[in-house]
Design a protein around this ligand. Structure first.
Ligand code: PEP
Length: 248
């Protein structure tokens, strides 16, 4: 299938103080001097969204790492999708495996957050991925297909969004699935999107995430059905992240 422009998104997780904006500024300056062949996004902690989008919003799309499913209310400590958008976010990562594991987020929770994100005009990046035990039991495609069926909402029809396939065992470990394994899951993700959204499911980029580095980015990004990358650790340093962006 013909793929549109790839999407490379950095997930800073709970890393980054004001001083670390220098990395994003360096990235923005490099992309201004020599534009990327991909769309580039950075999802910093919520505290940096506004500063980051003011500083680099013309070259880098800024995003949140989660949002609450409700638009407002008595949810101490939470951030709504509209608040992210108000701070300058264009993207939002939803259903990251760290939140599914640590905060008990279910597929239904993720689908509700997708609805909230779309209502606020954000572009959701819906994360799915199997654990090592599920991979070793030969259940990867089944698990991801089930997560897709539960996490993808009809609200995505006609909307810009992405899916990120992130095997839990590949995140932050240096372990990477084979290209055949990545392609098999990405094909299953595409099939799930088409089954749910019809033709609207044909074009959304399916990102790969998990230990992407400058040294392995090119072969992953050129694999079938890989529409970009979601990058954790290697997105924290401008030089490393640029190495991945330039591999497109
Ligand atoms: C992530 O957490 O989304 C991720 C892909 O992390 P890393 O690149 O560090 O494996």
């Amino acid at each position: 299938m013909k793929q549109s422009v790839k999407l490379i998104v950095g997930n800073w997780k709970m890393n980054g103080l004001g001083a670390d904006l220098a990395e994003a500024l360096a990235l923005g300056a490099a992309l201004q001097a020599s534009p990327a062949r991909a769309r580039v996004g950075v999802c910093p902690p919520a505290t940096l969204i506004e500063r980051l989008s003011r500083a680099v919003g013309n070259t880098i799309e800024v995003g949140g790492q989660d949002c609450h499913a409700e638009p407002a209310g008595a949810f101490t400590g939470s951030v709504s999708a509209a608040m992210l958008a108000d701070a300058g976010a264009k993207l939002v990562i939803l259903g990251h495996s760290e939140r599914r594991a640590a905060c008990g987020e279910t597929d239904a929770d993720v689908a509700a957050k997708v609805d909230a994100a779309v209502a606020a005009g954000l572009e959701p990046i819906v994360c799915v991925g199997e654990t090592l035990a599920q991979r070793e039991a030969g259940e990867a495609v089944e698990v991801v297909s089930r997560q897709m069926a539960g996490s993808v909402s009809d609200a995505l029809k006609g909307q810009a969004f992405a899916v990120a396939y992130e095997p839990v065992w590949a995140i932050g470990t240096g372990l990477i699935p084979t290209l055949e394994q990545i392609e098999a899951v990405h094909r299953a993700v595409r099939a799930a999107l088409i089954a749910r959204l019809g033709d609207d499911g044909r074009t959304a980029p399916i990102l790969y995430g998990g230990s992407v580095k400058p040294s392995n980015a090119a072969e992953i990004l050129h694999a079938a059905e890989v529409g970009g990358a979601l990058v954790g650790g290697a997105s924290l340093k401008a030089e490393d992240f640029l190495g991945i962006i330039r591999a497109v």
